[in-house]
Design a protein around this ligand. Sequence first.
Ligand code: PSU
Length: 305
Amino acid sequence: MTLPLTIHPEIAEALAAGQPVVALESTIITHGMPWPQNVETARMVEADIRAAGALPATIAVMGGQIRVGLEPDMLDRLGQTPGARKLSRADLADCLVSGETGATTVAATMICAQAAGIDVFATGGIGGVHRGAEQSFDISADLRELAQTAVTVVAAGAKAILDLPKTLEVLETLGVPVIAYGQDDFPAFWARSSGLAAPLRADDAGRIAATHLMRARLGLPGGQLVANPIPPDAEIPLAEIGPVIETALAEAGAQGIAAKAVTPFLLRRIFELTEGRSLAANIALVRNNARLGAAIATRIAEQRR
Ligand code: PSU
């Protein structure tokens, strides 16, 4: 029985030659952004990684296979498949067996990246501890995945729709290194700072690559979370985005939105309430993370030689 894993030949060749590859997720395409900006962004992010000297590997589940690297027509189709499943660790196998189309979240993308031999993955923001988790117990499976799958994840921190202090606490409990890039504060997705200090800081990609490799030498399971602040010109400060988030959260509560539907609902409402500004910010931060991901993957490849 072999793994149902189809790696694009260009990516397979690069991996075999020890060249840098950056994994990308697909939930951001199907559930995180509206069409057509979702597909346009996915393409720009892939181009950004190529321009930085690495290969992009967008991951999704299609036709009973984990696809690592999508052809342009596959990306198009995925971006227009409203019924695509949102896959995490718990439902990846079920989707592969059913043959349905599934988009991978941070957790599922980490699992697939590791299976393909990819060290670095760039996304927008990880899932975390939802506000009111003391009542709802809603904690994203992304956090546990970071504790057990050895992939370095570049994100703009965690979305400010979450309870960020509790998210940092859980990451600490799980032993996940949280490394702020170029600043002391943990970033809050649309905003450069959450007002909370990150446990670790790195000012260059080489340092992050070195700790990735050192963790492997130590035999530590799990990955690193690199928290890369949104570029200053695209930032929406907390004072501005905060009230919008409160409104969206109140609506989600009133409508009984729960579980997997919460994050997509909030992202869509915040997009509507900011008249698209949150989406422009989201696009800018994902591209910024892709460039840093490419730099880290490049340094890892160099340091392995
Ligand atoms: N980053 C974005 N937009 C997104 C996501 C990340 O810019 O939509 C997705 C990721 O796939 C992440 C998911 O795993 O949001 C978190 O969902 P949840 O809170 O249900 O675990």
